[in-house]
Structure formats: C-alpha cells, structure tokens
Write a protein of this length. Structure first.
Length: 609
C-alpha cells in the first residue's frame, strides 16, 4: 500500500472510532419482540426497520435468518449484516418501488434482497450517500443498485435475474467507485433493455472481475457496461456476453482502459459495437472479442487504440479503426465456451497451446510474473492456473452427398492451434462403435470421397469423423450421417436425408455430456431429459430450428440445481430433480409444417458420480 493511502486509512479509522465510540450492537430475529433496545438475541427486534429506527450513527445490526417482508429506509450511518446471503431475505415484493433506501452512509452485507417486481421503474437498493454492499443477492427488480452522490465501494455482489441491470451512478466528480466480483445473469428485458453496469457523471471507476451475462433475445438487451460522462474508467478481467453491446461509451472525460476482458455474443442488428466510442480516449489491450457482430467500433470523434487483442469468429472485427500491430485473428482455445447453451456451463480458461498465452502487452504481467495472457485470467488481476491439454472439439456439421458415384463427406475445419488430422469411420449399421477396425481414411483435409464396397447396389452406409491433435488426443465423434444408396448397376445412387437423434458423448458422463441431433427440414424442436422413471428433469431445447446439425449440452451438477432452486416463484427453471448416478433418458420431438409431428426418438445415457 502506498504511504499516503496508508496514512489516509489510519486517519479514517481514528476519526470513525472517535465519532462512534458510543456505538451499539443490535439484533433482529423472526422470533424477536417490539421492545427496544434490541441489544441481544434474546431481546432482538422482530423487524429490521424497527431496529433501524432507534439506531444512532455507528450502530451495527445483526439479522438472523428468515424472510423479512418489509421496505427499509436508513437515515443513520449503520452497518447492517445478515446471517446468510441465501437465507436472510429482505422481501420487498409488491411493496414500495425501492426495497432499501439510504440517506446516510451505509454498510450492508449478507442479504438476499427482493425488489418490488420485475418492472422498469423499481429499485432494490437506492443510496444517496456512501454505500458498501457485499455478498448480497439481488433479484426481482428493474434496477439493482443506484448510487447517487459521493463515493461508492461495491464489492462481491451476486445479482441474479435482474431486469434492467445494475446502475452504479455517481454524480460527484471526486468519487472513486469499485465494482468487483459481480455475477450477473439477466434473462429478461424492460422497455429500454436490460443493461449490466451503468456508470454516470464524474468519478473514477474500477470495474474488475465481474461476470455479466444476458440470456434472452437481443430485442430487450442493453449494454453490458454503459458509460456516460465518467472521469476515468478501468475495466479489467470481466466476462461479458449476450448484450447488444458488451461496452458502450457515450462520453469519457479523460480515459478508459479496457484490459484483459472476454467479450462475446453481442448483436445489434447492424449497429452493434462490442466497444463503441464517440469522442473518447479508449485503450483496448489483452482482450478476446469472439462471436460478435462487430468487435471494436469507432464512430464520430474520439480515439480508440487496439493492440494485443485476439479476434475470433466476429462478423466484422474492427470498424472505423485499424488492427493493432500485435492484434491476432485466431481461435482462443477456451476450455469451454458454451455460455449461451441451455445449461449455461462455461470455462474461459485457456487450453495449452492457445495463441493467447503470453501474447498480451509485454508491459503487463500475469500474477506469476510472466508476460500477460490475452483474456479473462491474464494480467495482475487474473489468476495462476494449469493449462489443460484437451482433445480437439468433435468435427462439426458433417454432411454426405453423392458425387460421380462416390460418397462425398464434408465437415467444418477444426481451428485449434495444435490440430493434427482427422479419422474417418464407416459402418453399415447405425450408432456404430467407432474403433480402429472401422477407420477408412486418415487425412488433414475436410473433404473425403469414399468408394463404398457395394457401389451402385442397395445399401446403407453410416459415417463418423474424429479429430486428433499433435499429442494424438482424439475428440469424440462427430454426428453420424447416413447414406442410403438404391438402384441397379450403373444407375445413379440416391441420397436419402434423415432426422437423427445421435448418441451423446461422452457416455458414461460426469459432470456434463453433449447430445447431437440432425433435423431434415425446418420445424419446432424440443429436446428433453427424463429420469428412468419418466419424470421430467430438464428441457434443453424448446424452439424453432432450421434444417441442419445441432448439439446441446446437459450438465446436471449441483451448481445448476442450486441455481434453479433459487429461482422466483412461478418461473419454471427445470432444475427440480435430484441428480444422482444412474440411467437418464433423452428424447427429441420435431413438429413440422402444418403443426404435424414428423419425428420423435429417445435414447439412454449414464451419469456416473
């Protein structure tokens, strides 16, 4: 710690300890009474607000587990501490627009806070003074937290299912704001869109190590981080996915530093920018921008400097600026980037041989002192971890056709930096086990022509492809394709396409497995998981899809189960079964044109814990 900050901290502690030397510790419990002064658990208040009403500056209130159906107004400088962020509930459902309103500096920790409801103009926490809010869940609200005036220190907030997001507005030019450790999962949008973190006039902001996700359609999404007139902004080591813009800058009075983030899955119907600026100075370094409509976009005046970033699978990487000399276009090789799949299971650590390892700005070091990695876990605010040497992803989008009497196989090229070659397998029975006896080719290309043994004679042929890396780690198999060749000698063969529910992989599995399927024509598709007794476990897919090959992941772990148990009343989450080892069933239904069922199938899979 720098000497001047240490001296300031010591003085602050001294002033506070002197000012609040007569501070009292008070208690609240569901089994409490209405008789003050609430100075022990035996004489605790039965209402949080009753206890607040008799407090003086410097008092601390401890709140026992339970559901407290009330709104709070805080006019004194207090610390309000719950017993558990899961079990100590302040429930403002259907009450006033603001669940907690503070007119004085306040410290709040360990609560599950419910807003009035999922409406645009509702607030879970509204503060007019200094606010320290830690280890809280905030839900069922339009806006999560609004801070107006002075400085804010907001750390380790867990916010789930917000509608219009989190507003850390600060209307003082001298304030310093810390927004750290938020896990935010927005799944609905209000009139103006669901945004993640909104920062406003004046002040310096440190926005570090947050996860901001939006999982609904883009019509109702807003910005992951929206900046309107702050003085200076540091945005570091954040994961932002699914918004119209990962970051949108209106005006920054000084400079914004955007370092070691992952931004993906943004879409704005042709106006999208993952990072947008108009009249600002933005420095973008060590960032992965993947699967966006636009990666970095500059409009109007201002200045954006991009360098040491990695772009991947964007429609357009840069608009209005040039690539930096050390920018890359390459697959970042994340461990698991399936953030928008129904299970929401993801892991953005880098795999061994990722082109993002040690390729960040050389002036920025990782925690271990080496040159910074590009992405979420690089830089001084990242972490030390072991790079996993994983097998390649299964080859995707395998298709079969007949060309000049030969079966033509095509598939998408693997993009891993350590990719080596493919193996092609063939059999005459469906769902065959692919082993060395079924290999018919080893190649590096993504097109293969097969001359089946029974050419131009009736027969069924089934194909699968696997990928290998330089260490000969083999991927799971691609989806299986089927060719039915009919006719007489010298007659041209006919390719018959099929609906297919394919074998999940891996199987047995723990903790997750992928279920592939193919649909012949556009239709409404449902993919469901049941227990062996036929009880519904999860709906994995429930939407209209075009013809093609698809994969969906099933991840029945305790984190997902807990997430479902914390859902709002009346909101179906499909996480209601106890996931134990055993056989599960997965089933597909396809409703075609005219609302007519065209395909159903069911298979078994085995969970082993």
């Amino acid at each position: 710690m720098k000497p001047k900050y240490f001296i300031f901290l010591c003085l602050s502690v001294y002033v506070l300890s002197t000012q609040y030397s007569q501070a009292t510790i008070r208690y609240v419990s569901k089994t409490g009474t209405s008789t003050p002064p609430y100075t022990s658990w035996q004489t605790a208040a039965d209402s949080i607000q009753k206890c607040i009403n008799i407090c003086v500056d410097g008092d601390t209130i401890y709140v026992a587990n339970g559901v407290y159906k009330e709104n709070l107004v805080i006019n004194t400088v207090i610390s309000l501490i719950g017993s558990s962020m899961d079990s100590t509930v302040i429930d403002g459902t259907a009450l006033r627009d603001t669940t907690i309103f503070t007119n004085a500096s306040c410290y709040i920790e360990n609560f599950n806070i419910y807003g009035k409801g999922a409406y645009l103009i509702t607030w879970a926490v509204w503060s007019r003074e200094y606010l320290s809010l830690k280890n809280c869940k905030i839900s069922n609200t339009g806006l999560g937290i609004v801070i107006l005036r002075r400085s804010s220190n907001v750390e380790n907030i867990i916010m789930n299912n917000l509608i219009n997001g989190y507003d850390a507005g600060c209307f003082s030019g001298d304030c310093i704001n810390y927004v750290k450790g938020i896990i935010m999962n927005l799944n609905q949008g209000g009139t103006f869109g669901a945004s993640g973190i909104h920062i406003s006039i004046g002040g310096t902001y440190y926005i570090d190590n947050n996860i901001l996700l939006y999982n609904n359609d883009f019509e109702t999404a807003g910005n992951g981080i929206s900046c309107g007139w702050p003085k200076k902004v540091y945005i570091r080591n954040n994961l932002i996915s699914g918004f119209l813009h990962s970051m949108f800058f209106d005006i920054v009075n000084d400079t914004a530093f955007i370092i070691n983030n992952v931004m993906l899955n943004t879409e704005d119907h042709g106006v999208n920018s993952s990072i947008s600026s108009s009249g600002n100075r933005l420095f973008v370094k060590n960032v992965v921008l993947s699967n966006n409509n636009k990666g970095i976009s500059q409009s109007g005046g201002g200045f954006i400097k991009s360098n040491y970033n990695l772009f991947w699978n964007n429609v357009t990487d840069v608009v209005g600026i040039n690539y930096g000399d050390s920018d890359q276009v390459a697959d970042p090789m994340f461990v698991k980037d399936t953030i928008l799949t129904p299970d929401g299971n993801f892991d953005f650590h880098l795999q061994k041989y990722s082109p993002a390892i040690d390729k960040g700005n050389p002036d920025i070091l990782d925690v271990d002192g080496s040159r910074s990695d590009i992405g979420l876990f690089g830089g001084p605010y990242g972490e030390i971890y072991t790079y996993q040497d994983l097998a390649p992803k299964p080859p995707a989008n395998l298709s079969a056709s007949v060309d000049s009497g030969l079966v033509k196989l095509k598939w998408n090229k693997n993009t891993e930096a350590d990719f080596y070659q493919y193996r092609v397998y063939r059999d005459t029975v469906p769902d065959f086990v692919y082993d060395t006896t079924k290999i018919i080719a080893v190649l590096s290309d993504t097109i293969f022509y097969d001359d089946p043994p029974r050419k131009f004679i009736s027969g069924n042929y089934y194909y699968k492809i696997t990928a290998l890396d330089n260490a000969l780690h083999q991927s799971a198999a691609s989806g299986e394709v089927h060719i039915n060749i009919t006719g007489i000698p010298e007659a041209p063969p006919i390719v018959v396409e099929h609906y297919r529910l394919l074998n999940n992989y891996p199987n047995p599995f723990n903790p997750s497995t992928t279920i592939p399927y193919r649909i012949k024509a556009p239709g409404y598709v449902k993919v469901m998981v049941y227990t062996i007794l036929g009880e519904m476990v999860r709906v994995l897919v429930n939407k209209y899809q075009n013809a093609g090959y698809y994969e969906v992941m099933f991840s029945p772990d305790e984190i997902e189960k807990k997430r479902g148990e914390d859902g709002f009343p009346g909101m179906e989450t499909w996480y209601h079964s106890n996931y134990v080892s055993g056989v599960y069933l997965y089933r597909i239904e396809v409703i075609g044109e005219g609302n007519i069922p065209v395909f159903t199938d069911m298979k078994k899979m085995l969970l082993v814990k």
